[in-house]
Ligand binder design. Structure first.
Ligand code: PLP
Length: 374
C-alpha cells in the first residue's frame, strides 16, 4: 500500500524502501560482472520490496532482462516496464499456457523436452520461431534438462529446432559458500552441457552469489536477485550491498517490570532484575517472525536492545533498560529492521535466511518509497 506522507507520519509501523540503494546495488553488480550484461530477478514481487517500483528503477539503470517465477508475475510486470524489456518466467511452460505466453510476450524458461515441443508448435501457429531460454540441471536437481534428456538432444538436434534460443541457463546450489567444491563441479557440468547443445546459445549461470565467484561464472548474463535487495552474496564475508529497507515500529507503551515477573504469552521470559520494557508495534502479522521471541534485536536510539518474551501478532516487547529515557518514549520509533539490524542479521537470529524474511514482509506496514540516488 502506498499512501500519502501524512499517513506515513501517523503510522504505527512503517516500511521505507530506498530505491537508490537498489540502484547502487545494481551498479555494484554490474561492476563485478565487468562488461557482462546484468539481468534483474524480481520474482515474489521483487523479493517483497515491490516489483512495480524496483523493476522500473532497474530498467533506468540499463537492465533489459527480467526474471520472475510465475506467469502471473510476468503479466503483472509487463505494465511496469517498457516494451523493449524482456521478461522470462523461470518456472517453465505448463501445458495450456502457451498462447498466453505469446499474447503477453513472456519468454518461457523451458525445462523439459515436452515444453520445447509445445513451444515449437506454438511458434508454428504464430508463424515464427518464438524466443525461449533453456534450463539445464547441473546439480540442483530441481528444474532443467537432466543428463538423459541432454543425450537425446545431442543425438537428435532437430529437438531444438524452430525456437529462437536466447540463453541456456543453470542454477548454482551452494554459490553462497565460495570455497565449496560443488561450485566448480557445476561450472564444469554447465560447460560440458553447453558444448553438447546442437545450437550455439549464450549462457547464464550466476545468481547473486555466483557473480562473486569470479569471471568464469559470468558467461553472458548475470541473474542476481537477493543482492539487489541488500542480501549478502557470500556467507561469512563482508556484505558489499546496501540495505534498501528500513522497518520502524512505534513504542506503544513503556513499563517497568519487577524482578521475577514474566513478560508476554507463555511467560517464557522472566525479568532477573527490574527491567524497563517498551512495547513496540510490530508482530508476526507484520512478518516479524515468531522465532525471534527472546532472540531478536531492535535498535532504539541507535542502541541494540533485546526482544524479550514471545512475539505477539501485533507487538513485540523490548528490554530498553540501558537506553536513555529520552530515546525511549511512547510514540517514538524503533528500528526493527534496516541498516543496524540487517535482514541477514535478523535471519541469523531467527534461524532462517534473508530471502524468507524479505518475502514474508507483511502487508500491514505503511510503505514509503524514496530514491536517494536519482
Ligand atoms: C531466484 C533465482 C535467481 C536469483 O537468485 P539470488 O540468489 O536471489 O541472486 C537466479 N536464477 C534462478 C534460476 C532463480 O530461481
Amino acid at each position: 500500500m502506498v499512501t500519502t506522507t501524512s499517513a506515513f507520519d501517523a503510522a504505527l509501523s512503517r516500511l521505507t524502501i530506498d530505491l537508490g540503494a537498489v540502484r547502487q546495488n545494481y551498479r555494484r553488480l554490474r561492476r563485478e560482472l565487468g562488461g557482462v550484461p546484468c539481468a534483474g530477478v524480481v520474482k515474489a514481487d521483487g523479493y517483497g520490496l515491490g516489483a512495480d517500483h524496483v523493476a522500473p528503477v532497474l530498467y533506468e539503470e540499463g537492465c533489459r532482462t527480467f526474471f520472475v517465477a510465475t506467469f502471473d508475475e510476468a503479466v503483472a510486470l509487463r505494465q511496469f516496464i517498457p516494451a523493449d524489456a524482456e521478461i522470462a518466467c523461470l518456472n517453465g511452460l505448463l501445458a495450456g499456457t502457451e498462447a498466453a505466453f505469446v499474447e503477453h510476450r513472456i519468454i518461457p524458461v523451458v525445462n523439459a523436452l515436452d515444453q520445447i515441443d509445445r513451444w515449437r508448435a506454438q511458434g508454428a501457429t504464430a508463424g515464427r520461431a518464438l524466443p525461449a531460454m533453456l534450463h539445464v540441471d547441473t546439480g540442483m536437481n530441481r528444474l532443467g534438462l537432466d543428463g538423459r534428456e541432454m543425450d537425446r538432444v545431442a543425438d537428435d538436434p532437430a529437438l531444438l529446432d524452430g525456437i529462437e534460443w536466447r540463453y541456456v541457463l543453470s542454477h548454482l546450489a551452494i554459490a553462497d559458500e565460495p570455497d565449496h567444491p560443488m561450485n566448480a563441479q557445476q561450472l564444469a557440468r554447465f560447460r560440458k552441457m553447453r558444448a553438447r547443445l546442437p545450437v550455439a546459445m549464450k549462457a547464464s549461470l550466476a545468481n547473486s552469489s555466483g557473480i562473486f565467484l569470479g569471471p568464469e561464472f559470468h558467461h553472458d548474463l548475470g541473474r542476481p536477485g537477493i543482492a539487489l535487495y541488500g542480501g549478502r552474496p557470500s556467507a561469512g564475508r563482508d556484505n558489499p550491498m546496501l540495505c534498501p529497507i528500513r522497518i520502524e515500529g512505534r513504542i506503544l507503551q513503556l513499563r517497568t517490570v519487577e524482578a521475577g515477573w514474566t513478560v508476554g504469552y507463555g511467560g517464557s521470559w522472566r525479568a532477573e532484575r527490574e527491567t524497563r520494557i517498551a512495547t513496540v508495534a510490530a508482530g508476526y502479522a507484520d512478518g516479524y517472525l515468531r522465532s525471534l521471541s527472546s532472540a531478536g534485536r531492535v535498535a532504539v536510539g541507535g542502541r541494540l536492545c533485546n526482544v524479550v518474551g514471545r512475539v505477539s501478532m501485533d507487538m513485540i516487547t523490548v528490554d530498553v533498560s540501558d537506553v536513555p529515557a529520552f530515546d525511549a518514549v511512547p510514540g517514538g520509533m524503533v528500528e526493527v529492521l534496516g541498516p543496524t539490524v540487517t535482514p541477514d542479521a535478523m535471519a541469523d537470529m531467527a534461524g532462517t535466511i534473508g530471502y524468507e524474511l524479505l518475502t514474508s514482509l507483511g502487508s500491514r506496514y505503511i510503505r514509503h518509497y524514496v530514491d536517494t540516488t536519482a
